[in-house]
Ligand binder design. Structure first.
Ligand code: PEP
Ligand code: MG
Length: 591
């Protein structure tokens, strides 16, 4: 059946996680998000709704006080007193009365009543002539967002629904996505984000379709009564489809499932080119606590990246050494002999956790992120994590990897911390590993340019193309407005990858790629041609990438890479690699 659809009732966004999702809308309110859904409530529920408001106010005030005490510990009292003002705001009678009145007179849910009150006060603030007072509207927005977060328990709301839903929001932070009960989610439609934003990465690892970059005004018109089709292959979102369109998309979903099943039939076959070059394929994990059975069934050569930072994003609890040790140990035991590359916490950028950092940054992606935060601000957390890792290393084939490396000294500093921790543990008779492979991520152009030097002081490289593209081309990876420029196949990126491979050769160490580029079958072939030894990706992509590699010769790959390096534009490179796959793997082009 043809994919016919009523185009006036559809939006085109950016496809960031493949698959088809069909179901009704669940809107999420929150910081930076559109108006929450207005729900009518009966007269008899008004008091309960007001009680809910007061519970959320108490929780918000408590969070703010503990944040204030935490800051007092680290800063002078003056800076921490900012929170005093926030606590006063959340308890402000005028604000509370306005929300209560909105609930009573509008007979609506608390979230909507809060939203209305915030809108009203923002307008009032904006007309104040005094600049200092006018800027206090930012504090109100901050407090309002916190209150909204405490009010909205999306998981509880979804539990009460009789069907699964498509999440619609302006934006979702990685923390919010990680906290969602995704067993009831059919996919995501967001205003903000891009293919390598961390929410998109999570959607892919959850095997849920996602489309981003839909204008807020279009999302604002959607409600829980609307049914959506999200096409995570093309980026199309269709509102209230007719039965013919819905049937066509159900067929498309079935064809995609059948294609995947055909690819999975090859899971036991080696990942090698037709002329016999082996390219091990590993899997990325977004959490260290997970069941490895589906990973093992893909025939993966190991775990090429474990993103541990999500463990640290719960504002109410930071994982202790013992808790981390148990998680890493379980993972290593389950993986058996397979190598497991655990990356130390890559906090910062868009993965910001309340209570971890007290530094307010204008440009978090260029600030205290990854190894910088670990060595400069939270060396306490870094040491706790390293101790847990070194102890767990006894139980399997552990490799430790450092994120956001941009200088040699960061590796030396880490090595010296590890040495000290090992000596302390040896003195206390605590079992641990002393020798283990220590690798670095190549995610900044600076690191790629000194790859030769870095290769002499570490044991492996893993190229994080998600960030390498961002930093090379100066494109915020989470910003949908510049997503049109986000092209991993751009020759500037390829040249840095080539340089990294050559640098690794100087130190005789292997190079892997664990960014999203490795999960794209055409780009994976290009990476092989550039001399990358191993690829690591979300498990669902592995069977398709294996088939792509099994379809080409090393000669094809190297030729494509050589041609690509001589190009000036990403589009030319994309055409070269698409041409190789059209010829060698036509089934992919059909799907
Ligand atoms: C990358 O940058 O490519 C990478 C794998 O790390 P992350 O996506 O977690 O930043
Ligand atoms: Mg990265």
């Amino acid at each position: 059946m043809e994919l016919t659809e009523n185009l006036t009732n559809s939006f085109q966004g950016i496809a960031v996680s493949p698959g088809i999702g069909i179901g009704r809308v669940m809107k999420i309110a929150g910081p930076g998000n559109a108006a929450p859904e207005r729900l009518e409530i009966p007269e008899s529920s008004i008091n309960a709704e007001i009680e809910r408001l007061h519970t959320a106010i108490a929780a918000t005030a408590e969070q703010l006080s503990s944040l204030q005490s935490e800051l007092r510990r680290k800063l002078n009292n003056l800076d921490a007193d900012i929170f005093e003002f926030h606590i006063m705001l959340v308890r402000d009678r005028t604000l509370i009365t306005a929300i209560e009145n909105n609930i009573r007179s509008g007979k609506c849910n608390c979230e909507y009543a809060l939203y209305e009150a915030l809108e009203h006060f923002q307008k009032v603030f904006s007309t104040i002539p005094d600049e200092y007072l006018r800027e206090r509207s930012l504090d109100l927005r901050d407090v309002g967002a916190r209150l909204m977060e405490n009010l909205t328990d999306v998981n509880a709301v979804m539990q009460g629904l009789d069907d699964h839903r498509v999440i619609v929001a302006a934006s979702l932070t990685p923390t919010e996505t990680a906290r969602l009960d995704t067993s009831r989610v059919l996919g995501f439609v967001l205003e903000n984000g891009s293919v390598t934003s961390h929410t998109a990465i999570l959607a892919r690892s959850l095997n849920l379709p996602a489309v981003v970059g839909i204008p807020g005004a279009d999302l604002a018109n959607l409600s829980g009564a609307d049914k959506l089709i999200i096409d995570g292959f093309s980026g199309r979102v269709i509102v209230n489809p007719d039965s013919r369109t819905e049937e066509a998309y159900r067929l498309k979903a079935r064809a995609a499932d059948e294609f995947h099943a055909r690819m999975q039939a090859d899971n036991a076959l080696p990942s090698e080119t037709v002329d016999g070059f082996s390219i091990p394929l590993a899997v990325n994990l977004d959490s260290a606590c997970c069941d490895l059975s589906s990973v093992k069934s893909t025939g993966a050569s190991g775990i090429g990246l474990v993103r541990t930072e999500f463990m640290f994003l719960n504002p109410h609890h930071l994982p202790t050494e013992e808790e981390q040790f148990e998680v890493y140990k379980k993972l290593l035991i389950e993986a058996g002999d397979l190598p497991v590359v655990i990356r130390t916490m890559d906090i910062g950028g868009d993965k910001i956790a309340a209570g971890i950092s007290t530094v307010a940054e204008e440009n978090p992606f260029l600030g205290l992120r990854g190894i910088r935060l670990a060595l400069r601000e939270r060396v306490d957390l870094f040491k706790t994590q390293l101790r847990a890792l070194l102890r767990a290393g006894v139980y399997g084939n552990l490799h430790i990897m450092l994120p956001m490396i941009s200088s040699i000294s960061e590796v030396w500093e880490t090595r010296s911390i590890i040495d000290k921790l090992c000596s302390e543990m040896a003195e206390k008779g605590i079992e641990h590993v002393r020798e283990l492979p220590l690798g670095v991520m190549i995610e900044t152009p600076g690191a790629a340019l000194i790859a030769g030097e870095l290769s002499r002081i570490c044991d492996f490289f893993s190229i994080g193309t998600n960030d390498l593209v961002q930093y090379t081309r100066a494109i915020d990876r989470g910003n949908e407005h510049v997503a049109y420029l986000y092209r991993p196949a751009h020759p500037s990126v390829l040249k840095l990858i080539k340089q990294t491979v050559e640098g690794a050769r100087e130190g005789g160490i292997p190079v892997s790629v664990c960014g999203q580029m490795a999960a794209d079958p055409a780009l994976a072939v290009l990476l092989v041609g550039l001399g990358v030894h191993e690829l690591s990706m979300v498990d669902s992509a592995l069977p398709i990438v294996r088939r792509a590699i099994r379809s080409v010769s090393m000669y094809d790959a190297v030729q494509a890479a050589e041609k690509a390096l001589a190009c000036g534009r990403a589009a030319e490179v994309e055409e070269i690699v698409a041409g190789v796959l059209r010829e060698r793997f036509p089934e992919l082009a059909e799907i």
